[in-house]
Write a protein that binds this ligand. Structure first.
Ligand code: ADP
Ligand code: MG
Length: 725
């Protein structure tokens, strides 16, 4: 008998174990049983051969239609070709061999059915498998396999060239036969409440379903495992985080925050008031706050963060604001300085009595400025420190760090969050994470399951709507000329414009270049090329400037400032302006090769225009033809300004694993069956159950099966992530 943790070698023998390890990275019985079939073929139902694509490794069920042998011309030996069919489509199987391959001809005679496995290629317009592995149905199979083929559904595993599907199935069968019924990860009460089958039953059902119903039962149950085990882990982490202590920083009436509120020229939106109150209460607790604040670009997150920082400064501590780019850090610094006015000018002429000081700390500071900034942080002279990841370097110390605000979480890894947290010395600082990329609820529950979430759902009043249009230059080349004219008109009436390109140009590639697309016929439009072209042609006479990540910091700064001050009409740029930059007079944005950008990214980009009282216009220029998927994405962006709807579209186009992967710093996805968008109800139920269970039994002392499953999730390569997060 075997248990899930046993090495495969003990169960399937050395040879098969080696192959499973090498080809599929499967090492234990649990690994193998967690490798689910990709699909199930109905017995007797032939695979649709028309759907095969070149380069794919496939396993097809088909019937031999004909066979023929040719002698090879310059070599001894022959080529045997069998044509197999699904009734309509055809596929050629090619075998090179010695002699006349008589035995092969006998085996693969017309009318015989089998499973054929290999890599699809095309030769003279015909689809073929060269030297496929095969397994004939109904003949020559071992007894066990014959039994399997008598079942209604035949599991087909994602195979590789070294390991055809049925060899995997063989090993799975052996493993299932000798498996000691494992302790069930799902507590009996939860199974009963949700009508779920047992674990052993589910493992058998997913690998060897007797019928469709059996398969669906197994699948639903195993989805529950994925959702539940992850939610238990997150619940444990939340509980552990709550056991850390933090210094409470309750609001001080009459402090800087109150003075700031009194001086603010606008009313907070209801959402801002609610989020602000929640955060204020969080900061007053003796456990660290872990909160995600999400809201569209322009929804007023920065104001909320600033009020939180002021509350902490009022409590005689420091706050740090971490931005993903140098440009953005500078922008935050300037805008916060101007929002605070005298309140942020301690020790300066015109500073208020109880004022604090701001310090900017970025990688590009000169040595002297840097020393000053470090001293301000370490002495506590600066109540608010704003910067980029330069802040994370070991040399930076704080006198008393009370709050870490992270802007645009998706650009930061978990390690970076940790590095900052460590700077708080004893006790952890409170932490506020801001993101303008709306995250669907289930993703938030899963990816950021250890964070509490506040959402700003409305924009402040007085914002003008942005209208977005696709400029299809493939079908209508003259629209591009019209686009440039439109910019001239806007500039003529005193406005400014952005032109965003996916690439910098010159000797790339660069950090801010968009990813190259498949089958590129030309490199994407580049800032340097287009700026030269525009100033010599369609935009001649306008004041153009360029901005991109390869410019030295002070040039970037200069370009941004000149644009903000209205000294530049048109800024030709990469996505370095993506987040945060705020120039209300800029009302037009033209995005070149817009199909190179993701849906959410485009949505973020256009948030740069329409920040003032004049309506914004965003033009998405593309050469992609009308029916292509990339074009549908652009149409979706043009059709709605609902960031949540767009982030769902974004997510649907990626695998959930990618979402988890990028959001969770290199973490391998543990989700195989669960789909974050479609399984929302299930995930919600699993979360509720997990929270209840962990509250009652934090160490899972009464649930050995569950404890083991949680441990598997924390395998060595993920352990660092999980311990730290
Ligand atoms: P975000 O960080 O969410 O993109 P910001 O905090 O930068 O948004 O706010 C965008 C602009 O809106 C800023 O100029 C800010 O001063 C202004 N703003 C914020 N809240 C309000 C409000 N309640 N009413 C009017 N204007 C606001
Ligand atoms: Mg912002």
């Amino acid at each position: 008998m075997a248990v899930l943790a046993d090495p495969l070698r003990l169960v399937v023998g050395d040879k098969a174990a080696k192959r499973l390890a090498a080809a599929l990275d499967l090492h234990t019985v649990g690994d193998l049983l967690g490798y689910y079939p990709r699909r199930y073929d109905k017995r007797g139902e032939l695979t649709d051969l028309a759907g095969l694509r070149d380069g794919e490794h496939v396993t097809v069920q088909a019937e031999v239609a004909s066979g023929s042998v040719r002698r090879m011309r310059n070599r001894s030996g022959s080529i045997f070709e069998a044509v197999v069919t699904d009734g309509t489509g055809r596929l050629t199987l090619t075998f090179f061999g010695h002699g006349t391959q008589d035995w092969r001809q006998r085996e693969l005679r017309p009318g015989v059915r089998g499973l054929f496995s290999g890599q699809v290629s095309s030769f003279r317009g015909k689809r073929q498998l060269t030297h496929p592995d095969y397994e004939l149905l109904g003949t020559g199979s071992s007894g066990a396999r014959a039994a399997e083929y008598a079942a209604e559904l035949i599991p087909v595993y994602p195979a590789t060239s070294q390991l055809p599907s049925w060899k995997i199935a063989d090993s799975v069968r052996i493993a299932l036969d000798v498996l000691d019924v494992p302790a069930d990860p799902l507590p009996g009460q939860i199974r009963d409440r949700h009508g779920l089958c047992g674990y052993a039953d589910a493992l058998r059902g997913i690998h060897r379903p007797v019928d469709q119903a059996d398969y669906w039962r197994a699948r639903n149950r195993l989805k529950w495992d994925e959702a539940f085990v992850l939610q238990v882990l997150l619940a444990q982490r939340r509980l552990a985080a709550a056991s850390y202590s933090a210094i409470p920083r309750p609001a001080i009436p009459g402090g800087l925050r109150d003075e700031f509120d009194a001086a603010t020229p606008f009313e907070l939106t209801v959402g801002q008031q609610l989020a602000g109150a929640t955060i204020a209460a969080d900061l007053g607790r003796d456990h660290p706050m872990h909160r995600l604040l999400q809201g569209e670009v322009g929804s007023g997150k920065t104001v909320i963060a600033l009020r939180a920082m002021l509350q902490v400064v009022d409590a005689a501590a420091q706050a740090v604001l971490l931005a993903p780019t140098e440009v953005l850090a500078q922008q935050h610094y300037r805008s916060i300085a101007s929002m605070l006015g005298p309140l942020g000018m301690a020790g300066q002429l015109g500073g208020a009595d109880n004022a604090t000081r701001l310090t900017l700390l970025t990688g590009s500071l000169g040595a002297a400025a840097r020393r000053r900034a470090l001293l301000e942080a370490a002495s506590g002279g600066a109540g608010i420190v704003i910067g980029t990841h330069a802040l994370l370097q070991d040399r930076v110390q704080f006198a008393d760090l009370g709050l870490v605000v992270i802007d645009e979480q998706h650009r930061f890894g978990v390690e970076q969050r940790d590095a900052l947290r460590d700077k708080a010395g004893d006790g952890r600082p409170h932490m506020l994470v801001m993101t303008a990329t709306p995250i669907p609820r289930t993703v938030a529950m899963t990816v950021f399951g250890d964070l509490d979430v506040s959402t700003l759902t409305e924009l402040p009043v007085g914002r003008s709507p942005i209208s977005t249009h696709v400029v299809p230059v493939a079908e209508r080349p003259h629209y591009l000329a019209r686009t440039w004219e439109r910019i001239r008109e806007e500039v003529g009436s005193g406005h400014q414009a952005y032109v965003v390109c996916p690439r910098i140009g010159g000797d790339g590639p660069d950090e801010d270049d968009a990813a190259p697309a498949d089958g590129d016929s030309r490199p994407p439009v580049a800032v340097l090329d287009l700026a030269a072209e525009l100033s010599a042609g369609p935009l001649a006479g306008l004041r153009l400037a360029i901005l991109h990540g390869r410019l030295p910091a002070e040039e970037k700064e200069k370009a941004m400032l000149a644009f903000a001050d209205g000294l530049v009409d048109v800024l030709v740029t990469t996505t370095v302006i993506e987040v945060g930059v705020d120039v209300p007079n800029a009302v037009v944005m033209v995005v070149m090769d817009a199909d190179r950008f993701g849906v959410s990214q485009l949505h973020q980009l256009r948030g740069r225009v329409g920040r003032g009282s004049d309506p914004g216009l965003c033009l998405l220029v593309t050469e992609v033809p009308e029916a292509a998927p990339a074009r549908e994405r652009l149409d979706a962006v043009a059709a709605t300004t609902d960031g949540f709807a767009l982030s769902r579209i974004d997510l649907e186009q990626r695998r959930e694993g990618d979402v988890l992967g990028t959001a969770q710093a290199g973490r391998k996805s543990s989700l195989k069956l669960l789909q974050l968008l479609r399984d929302e109800d299930l995930i919600g139920q699993a979360r509720d159950e997990a929270i209840q269970l962990v509250d009652a039994d934090p160490a899972l002392a009464n649930e050995p099966g569950l404890a083991a499953a949680v441990r598997t999730l924390i395998d060595p390569e993920r352990a660092t992530f999980l311990e730290k997060a």
